[in-house]
Ligand binder design. Structure first.
Ligand code: FAD
Length: 511
């Protein structure tokens, strides 16, 4: 059995005994076999001495048990790492950021507490997956949609807390942005409810997210200030219909009017679906006659309304000389069995796992690495910025990869985030240590090169969270210092998820 760092064996044993008494011996895991289940299958350090690993795990089943676990950890100064379903593949899996932490596994808090069709919201516990919530909604015959990310097995809360997103309409696909109200266990074991939830007998916890006074919910997004035990989310009333169009432009420079038009339509809320932008890869030359860029513009809503929205969008895109507007099929919901076979299910609120086929074995990729991590810088949503990024990528990918490109894929333009653009580059990760080392080096170089140009990432794999946090350095890291001041105040012993997203407690801080 491994010990958490800086914890004496006697203290760890006393904490384990106290946890066993509080939640039952069956739910305190210390054997190598059990603890290995919390390894990150996509770790870029897999099998190496620096791989981030847990020293144990505890799995309470109620909020009271979570409080007890946290109080005991606080008493013995044992670092905990809270996970919901722990399927954070590509960003650290269920392994802790600070090696040797004990994983606080919340999978057993798995109740859907409420789904309210009338006001279109849900209140869930951390162990509720997208599959669970979908099953609850469909079995109860409720006329609302959920918004799953590509992997449907993740947690509605865990995904939101890591800054994740999905693929239906705005604003629902920004998962943290569309939450409403939280319950949090603090490091001292106290429970806080945010927003209207702070009113005893609150009647509108999931109706109004701001409540009264300074809003603290943001501290728990990519944060380590508390353990979230309940969270509310706005749901989308089932839209009657969906229509989309593909817009193609034929010169690389046409990305400028293409994105300006797209931005206008999205900011006017005429286009509300998750748009997908294609083009601008490393191999610059498109075949003759092929579009330089194409964008898919989906619209959800009542049929007669979305027909008018589509016409408006057509008029706006027609102002780009040479642009082609190809209208897609209009689909009415619920989708027919036949339509279900043709669509990307997550765009219709249906969780699934088909995304794992993306990097799997295929004719074009007979020896897949096994996993990936993503370098995901946020860049401005303008054609000029995107072209600058593309020039940067084309120049530096060969340099950073020693001319071989290393199987790095990208950029994948994520226009599903409103207002900004994430230009993701995917690095294959597997069990080949030499190759993983090349990926880590390339990743680090991209972070530094991007930061020199004013770009930084929105989310990062656990082993690079410090590196990316370093790039948010305005005024001598004033933002990080503010976060550290708050961390020291709410978690003085530094037991909750030390190091998550670059926020370390005082005793572990590198100056
Ligand atoms: C092929 C592929 C496709 C993907 N597609 C998407 C996608 O479309 N959208 C997307 O967002 N992601 C995507 N991901 C990334 C990731 O797999 C998902 O975001 C996944 O939902 C995260 O895992 P989880 O839901 O189990 O969260 P968890 O692993 O449970 O939580 C994530 C992190 O949040 C913190 N946390 C969790 N619960 C709590 C809590 N209760 N209190 C305090 N802190 C907590 C922890 O630090 C934890 O590590 C993809 C990954 C792969 C490999």
């Amino acid at each position: 059995m491994a010990l958490p760092p800086n914890v004496a064996a006697a203290d760890f044993n006393a904490a384990l005994a106290a946890w066993r008494a509080a939640i039952g011996a069956d739910w305190v895991f210390t054997s190598d076999e059990d603890v290995a289940l919390y390894r990150d299958a996509y770790s870029p350090l897999y099998g190496e001495p620096d791989e981030r690993v847990a020293s144990g795990a505890v799995a309470p089943s109620t909020v009271e048990q979570v409080q007890a676990v946290v109080r005991i950890a606080n008493q013995y100064r044992i670092p905990l790492y809270a996970i919901s379903t722990g399927r954070n593949l590509a960003y650290g899996g269920s392994a802790p950021v600070h090696s040797g932490s004990v994983v606080l596994d919340l999978k057993r808090l798995n109740r859907v507490l409420e789904v309210n069709e009338r006001n279109a919201y849900a209140l869930v516990e951390p162990g509720v997956s997208y599959f669970d919530l979908y099953e609850h909604v469909t079995k109860s015959g409720l006329d609302v949609w959920i918004d799953p990310p590509d992997p449907g097995w993740g947690s509605v809360i865990g995904n939101a807390l890591d800054g994740g997103g999905g693929w239906t309409a705005s604003p629902f696909r920004d998962h943290f942005g569309s939450h409403c109200g939280m319950e949090v266990v603090l490091a001292n074991g106290e429970i806080v409810r945010t927003g209207m939830g702070a009113v005893p007998g609150a009647k509108s916890w999931q109706h109004n997210k701001w409540g009264y006074g300074p809003w603290v919910d943001g501290l728990f997004r990519q944060g380590n200030m508390g353990v979230v035990t309940k969270m509310g989310f706005y749901l989308m009333p089932r839209p009657e219909a969906y229509v989309s169009a593909t817009v193609q432009v034929f010169r690389e420079a046409d990305i400028v009017p293409l994105l300006d038009t797209l931005n206008l339509l999205e900011n006017q809320h005429v286009v509300n679906g998750s748009t997908s932008l294609f083009g601008g890869r490393i191999d610059a030359a498109a075949p003759a006659g092929a579009p330089a860029w194409s964008v898919l513009v989906p619209i959800y809503g009542p049929e007669k309304v979305i027909r008018a929205q589509l016409e408006y969008a057509r008029e706006k895109f027609a102002k780009i000389p040479g642009a082609k507007f190809i209208e897609g099929e209009l689909l009415r919901t619920p989708l027919s069995d036949e339509a279900l076979k043709r669509v990307r299910l997550v765009n219709f609120g249906i969780p699934n796992l088909s995304t794992f086929g993306m990097l799997g074995r295929s004719v074009g990729n007979p020896e897949p690495a096994g996993g990936h991590i993503g370098f995901s810088p946020i860049i401005p949503r303008t054609g000029e910025a995107l072209l600058e990024y593309l020039r940067f990528y084309r120049e530096y990918l060969p340099k950073v990869s020693g001319g071989s490109n290393l199987g790095i894929i990208g950029p994948v333009y994520m226009t599903n985030w409103e207002r900004s653009l994430v230009a993701m580059i995917m690095f294959p990760i597997g069990r080949d240590k030499a190759r993983n080392a090349q990926m880590r080096k390339a990743f680090r170089e991209f972070v530094a090169l991007a930061a020199e140009r004013g770009w930084a990432e929105y989310r990062a794999p656990a082993i690079f969270q410090d590196l990316v946090s370093d790039t948010y350095s305005y005024n001598n890291h004033a933002l990080r210092r503010l976060r550290e001041t708050i961390k020291d105040a709410v978690d003085p012993n530094g037991i909750l998820s030390p190091g998550r997203y670059g926020v370390w407690p005082k005793h572990l801080r590198k100056t």
